[in-house]
Design a protein around this ligand. Structure first.
Ligand code: C2E
Ligand code: MG
Ligand code: MG
Ligand code: MG
Length: 281
């Protein structure tokens, strides 16, 4: 009984809510030790040139496998990492792991222009973010020009602060991509004042290419191109979507039609068997 446990605390009598709260609580407990237990790993999804399906970039995506709960989706555990603040430590680990992996690929003569890393709003706005980044670059000796940071529009709520951080990254030649573009509240007229290189059109638009949907995607692509952004369409699953996006002049894409996210070994094999500069799927 909630009353007995905590006086005025909210009571959860709904069994579904109870189960969800309990699961979040349990996952949160498991996440406290996930880093030291080495339960995290990273998969890499190819981003391709839509004209010839060359792999032009990879996106690093965090994976978590826990002994009690098995494989958990990032959509479930990333919000818990953010609410608990654990994302700061985990985010650092991701950056370091990806940087070491890029170095390792270089040693194997595998060269990619960039690897994209998702940066949580909490990580981005943390006062130690830039210092931690420099520390990792120092430790790994990675040239930061191989990195691309993916942030969402809602990261940029404080324009002046964002401008300052983004220019620090820009000066290191780290590319900035706006992830899930179109799902937040900002517009291209706001973003154009920031040093941003790439717009990733959210999968929800690619899923919805009826008459109105086509118009929306077409306007994003036309505006994006006129403002000189690189455009990436997310979540391409069908030939039909691919043909439409090519017709509109969208340059790059990502999705199960080309490849799902791959383990480090699988991506190393895939890139290693192709020529040094061209990676065909
Ligand atoms: P995101 O950054 O927008 O990543 C794209 C998501 O779409 C990935 O899901 C990817 O596996 C999925 N995807 C790609 N192509 C297709 C497709 O054709 N069909 C479908 N149905 N899905 C596709 P994932 O890996 O489950 O990640 C979900 C979200 O979790 C990411 O969305 C990102 O917001 C967050 N996330 C994942 N890894 C990280 C990370 O390392 N750090 C942070 N901060 N967030 C991460
Ligand atoms: Mg992303
Ligand atoms: Mg996205
Ligand atoms: Mg997403």
């Amino acid at each position: 009984h909630a009353k007995q446990q905590g006086g005025n605390r909210a009571q959860f009598n709904n069994p579904t809510i109870n189960a969800a709260v309990k699961r979040t609580f349990n996952l949160e407990n498991e996440l406290q030790h996930a880093l030291e237990n080495e339960e995290f790993f990273i998969h890499y999804q190819p981003i391709v040139d839509l004209q010839n399906k060359d792999i032009v970039e990879l996106e690093a995506l965090l994976r978590w496998e826990n002994s009690k709960y098995g494989y958990i989706s990032p959509d479930e555990f990333i919000p818990i990492l953010e609410e608990t603040g654990l994302i700061r430590k985990v985010g650092k680990w991701i950056l370091k792991t990806v940087s070491e992996q890029i170095n390792s690929w270089h040693k194997q003569d595998i060269h990619l222009s960039k690897v994209a890393v998702n940066i949580s709003p909490i990580q981005f706005n943390d006062e130690n973010f830039i210092r931690d980044l420099h520390e990792i670059l120092q430790e790994t000796q990675l040239n930061p020009k191989y990195l691309n940071f993916e942030i969402t529009e809602n990261v940029l709520y404080d324009f002046n602060k964002s401008l300052d951080i983004l220019y620090k990254l820009h000066n290191l030649h780290i590319n900035i991509s706006i992830d899930d573009f179109g799902t937040g509240y900002s517009s291209l007229s706001y973003l154009k004042f920031l040093p941003i290189d790439t717009i990733k059109i959210d999968k929800s638009f690619i899923d919805n290419l009826d008459e109105d949907g086509k118009m929306i995607v077409q306007s994003i692509i036309t505006m994006g191109k006129n403002l000189h952004y690189t455009l990436i369409a997310e979540g391409i699953e069908t030939e039909k979507q691919l043909e439409f996006l090519k017709m509109l002049g969208c340059e790059r894409g990502q999705g199960y039609l080309f490849s799902t996210p791959l383990s480090t070994d699988a991506v190393t094999r895939l890139l290693g068997r192709n020529s040094v500069t061209k990676h065909l799927l």
